[in-house]
Write a protein that binds this ligand. Structure first.
Ligand code: SF4
Length: 421
C-alpha cells in the first residue's frame, strides 16, 4: 500500500520528484489555466505545479532529461489531466491555477510574476541581486555556487533583477487579496558584509504591517545571532537555514561557497540558537519556528537521517528537498535519487517531528509544492496511526491557532478596506 502510487498520493508525490514525468501530446497546460513552467525557485524547482489527490501540491520535474525516461506520463483525457504509468491511469491531477495577477504589471511596470511567484499556495520572493557565490571578482576568481543551484541561471530570465519594497508589497497585496495566501517566504543568497537581513527588514516590516501575513526568512546564518531576536520581535514567524548536506566532507564538495564563507558549524549553531527561541506551549503572540533545510539524494540516506535526528532533538523542523539535477547546473549530469534512498528519510522525518512534539502543519492554507512536508510523510509510515494521541493534540493546537489567525486576518482586511475605500 505504501508504495502504490495509485493508492498513496504521498508516495506518488515522492516518486514523481525522483522520476519526473513526461507530458503527453494531449496536454495544453497554459491553455487550460495552468501555471507556466518557471525556473525561478532557489535551486531545485523547475517543473509543473499541480495538485495530486489528497490535496497534495507538487512541482513535478518535466523539463530535465531524466524526466523523459520516466514511466509516468501526463495525458489529457476528456479535458481532465490524468497521470498514467505503463499505459494505466494512476491518479487524476489538477493544474495549480494561474493567479489572475501573474501577468499584471506593478506600478513600476514589471510583470508581477517576476517579482514574486506562488510556490504551491504561498508567495516566494527572491528580492535581492544574485547570490555572490555566482559572481567572479578579485576576491572570488572562480564562482563558488552550490553545485545543484540554478539561481545564477534564473535572474533576469524568469525573475526580475532587484525588487523595490513597494513592488514586493504590491505583489504581496495582490496575492493576499486575490489568491488568499497566508504566508510570504523571503529568500536570499550570500552577500559580502552579511547585509541580507538589513536588506530584508524593510520588506518584512511593510508586509507584516499591512497584511499581518505569516513571514519566513531564508538566508545564510548571520554572525550576530541577536539579529534573530530582532526578527522575532518584528513578527517574523519562521527562519530557515539551508545547510543542505550534513556530512561535513560532502558539504565542502557540494557547497564550496557556504563552506568558505561560513562553514557547516556556523549553520548548525544558528539553527540551534533560533530553535532555542521557540516556545511551542504558547499560543499567544506570533509563532516562531526554526527550520534546517537539507537535500535528500546528495549524500547517503544515513547522513540525511542523522540530520533529521540532530535538528528535531533541538526543536528545529527539518525541511527535506529531493535533489533535482536541473538543466545547466554543475550537477546536471548526476542522476536523480532512487526512491529507495529517499523514502526512509521521509519516514524518519514524520516520526521524529511527532516524537519531539514539533508543531507541524499548524498554519492554514500552506501547501508546498517543492518539498514533501513532514505531515504529508505520515502517509509513508508502516503504521500511520502510531502517533494518534499526539496527532489529536496537534489537531487541537492547529484548530486554536487557525481560529486566532483567522480573526487577526479579518481585522487586517477590514483595516485595509477602510484605508482604501
Ligand atoms: S547559497 Fe548556494 S543555493 Fe543559495 S543561492 Fe547561493 S549558490 Fe544557490
Amino acid at each position: 500500500m505504501i508504495r502504490d502510487p495509485a493508492k498513496n498520493p504521498a508516495f506518488l508525490k515522492l516518486d514523481l520528484y525522483c522520476k519526473g514525468m513526461r507530458l503527453g501530446d494531449s496536454c495544453l497546460i497554459e491553455d487550460d489555466g495552468g501555471r507556466p513552467i518557471l525556473r525561478t525557485r532557489a535551486g531545485l524547482g523547475s517543473g509543473l505545479e499541480a495538485v495530486l489527490p489528497g490535496d497534495l501540491w507538487t512541482n513535478i520535474p518535466v523539463a530535465e532529461p531524466f524526466a523523459q525516461q520516466s514511466p509516468y506520463v501526463l495525458e489529457r483525457v476528456d479535458g481532465d489531466y490524468v497521470i498514467h504509468r505503463d499505459g494505466k491511469p494512476v491518479a487524476p491531477i489538477t493544474l495549480a491555477p494561474l493567479p489572475n495577477w501573474y501577468e499584471r504589471r506593478t506600478t513600476s511596470g514589471k510583470p508581477m510574476r517576476t517579482v514574486g511567484t506562488l510556490q504551491g499556495t504561498y508567495l516566494g520572493v527572491y528580492p535581492a541581486k544574485v547570490c555572490e557565490y555566482w559572481v567572479k571578482g578579485s576576491e572570488r576568481p572562480e564562482r563558488t555556487n552550490c553545485k545543484f543551484c540554478s539561481v545564477g541561471l534564473n535572474l533576469g530570465i524568469d525573475d526580475a533583477d532587484g525588487k523595490a519594497v513597494d513592488e514586493v508589497v504590491e505583489v504581496a497585496r495582490a496575492a493576499w487579496l486575490e489568491s488568499g495566501i497566508t504566508y510570504v517566504d523571503f529568500n536570499t543568497g550570500h552577500y559580502e558584509g552579511h547585509t541580507y537581513l538589513d536588506f530584508l527588514e524593510p520588506y518584512i516590516r511593510a508586509i507584516k504591517q499591512e497584511t499581518g501575513l505569516l513571514i519566513g526568512v531564508q538566508t545564510p546564518p548571520h554572525p550576530d545571532l541577536t539579529r534573530y531576536d530582532r526578527l522575532k520581535a518584528m513578527g517574523v514567524n519562521r527562519v530557515s537555514f539551508c545547510f543542505e548536506i550534513f556530512d561535513p566532507q560532502r558539504f565542502v564538495e557540494v557547497c564550496p561557497g557556504k563552506h568558505e564563507a561560513y562553514g557547516l558549524d556556523t549553520y548548525l549553531k544558528a539553527v540551534e540558537y533560533c530553535a532555542s527561541l521557540s516556545d511551542f506551549t504558547k499560543l499567544s503572540g506570533e509563532p516562531w519556528v526554526a527550520n534546517g533545510e537539507i537535500i535528500a539524494g546528495l549524500e547517503p540516506k544515513e547522513s540525511s537521517i542523522a540530520a533529521i535526528d540532530w535538528l528535531t532533538e533541538r526543536g528545529a523542523i527539518p525541511t527535506v528537498c529531493v535533489f533535482r539535477p536541473l538543466k545547466n547546473t554543475d550537477y546536471e549530469h548526476l542522476p536523480p535519487p532512487d526512491i529507495d534512498e529517499v523514502l526512509p528519510v521521509y519516514q524518519r522525518l514524520y516520526q521524529k517531528c511527532m516524537e519531539h512534539d514539533l508543531p507541524i502543519g499548524l498554519a492554514p492554507n500552506i501547501h508546498v509544492s517543492l518539498v514533501m512536508l513532514p505531515e504529508e510523510a505520515r502517509m509513508l509510515q508502516d503504521d500511520p496511526n502510531r502517533f494518534r494521541f499526539k496527532e489529536w493534540k496537534l489537531a487541537a493546537k492547529r484548530q486554536a491557532f487557525r481560529a486566532k489567525f483567522a480573526l487577526e486576518q479579518r481585522a487586517k482586511r477590514r483595516a485595509f478596506a477602510a484605508a482604501h475605500a
